[in-house]
Design a protein around this ligand. Structure first.
Ligand SMILES: C[S@@+](CC[C@H](N)C(=O)[O-])C[C@H]1O[C@@H](n2cnc3c(N)ncnc32)[C@H](O)[C@@H]1O
Length: 260
């Protein structure tokens, strides 16, 4: 079949969720799911390394920010295995270089699962961020998991942070070692604001950005071409396509180019 060579190889989140759901139909769903009449989806995610369950509320009818995307699932698995064996984990270069738990900020948190699992598995403070209308669901998910996170020595807070608005970053007064995100590269009009926020947070600092990205195989987005002007970008981990899919997840590490 002929490849689509359009410049933007990004996966439309709606299409990708469909792909994920089709794949899940052919294998057992690892999560228990309950849905009530308010179109609220509560999922239990068992995190093996801490022998605890993280509960995430999705509100699918509210839009893409209220659903769990495939790259988030990849990052959650990596965080879980990192806690089990931090020395061989693909995330070791990110999290084991400090002699204290890394302070983390998540961009475009959506449901907040990645940041919540990071706080629980690393025993650290994580700030979840997203557009203002998404924050109430982040608050719900942070609060429902507060005990699990606290029992590992972590804590989760939340704040609005619109990409391209440096004042939003300034409002969050904490300092961070690592910025994380999953499935945030999906619309070309968001590339420049996201890169602007990353420049504001990373340039001239030792902060590392870890991004899980769902991509159409063997193609690279113009986002990366733009981002490479400012950042060195390495691949930490690859979940290659399976079951005939052409979509996989890659986890990247970005650092200020000049800090290399
Ligand atoms: C495809 S969803 C991914 C959500 C979540 N990270 C996940 O993987 O499940 C993209 C996220 O980016 C957020 N987002 C989009 N544009 C944004 C912007 N300009 N500023 C901040 N967040 C934004 C959305 O609200 C949404 O939560």
């Amino acid at each position: 079949m002929e490849e689509n060579n359009s410049d933007d190889e990004e996966i439309n989140p709606f299409t990708s969720l469909l792909i994920e759901q089709q794949q899940q139909n052919t294998k057992p769903n690892p999560f228990t799911t309950a849905q009530n009449n308010n179109q609220q989806l509560l999922q239990n995610h068992f995190i093996h390394s801490i022998q605890s369950t993280v509960i995430i509320r999705q509100l699918p009818s509210e839009g893409i920010a209220f659903q769990l995307w495939p790259a988030a699932t990849s990052l959650v698995s990596l965080l879980d295995t990192h806690r089990i064996n931090p020395t061989t984990s693909p995330l070791s270069t990110v999290f084991t270089t400090l002699n204290r738990p890394p302070r983390i900020l998540e961009l475009g948190s959506g449901t907040g699962i990645v940041g919540i699992v990071a706080a629980a598995t690393l025993g650290t403070n994580v700030t979840l961020t997203d557009l203002p209308n998404v924050v109430p669901n982040l608050k719900f998910n942070a609060e429902v998991n507060a005990d699990v996170v606290a029992s590992s020595g972590g804590a989760v807070t939340f704040a609005p942070l619109r990409w391209g608005h440096s004042a939003d970053v300034d409002m969050i007064r904490d300092e961070f070692d690592v910025v994380i995100a999953s499935d945030v590269v999906y619309h070309d009009h968001l590339y420049d604001p996201l890169i602007e926020t990353l420049r504001f947070m990373l340039i001239g600092k030792k902060i590392v950005f870890v991004m899980a990205h769902m991509k159409r195989w063997k193609k690279e987005s113009t986002f990366f071409k733009k981002a490479r002007k400012y950042f060195s970008i390495d691949v930490l981990h690859v979940d290659a396509p399976s079951n005939g899919s052409r979509v996989g997840v890659v986890v990247y590490r970005f650092v200020d180019k000049k800090s290399r």
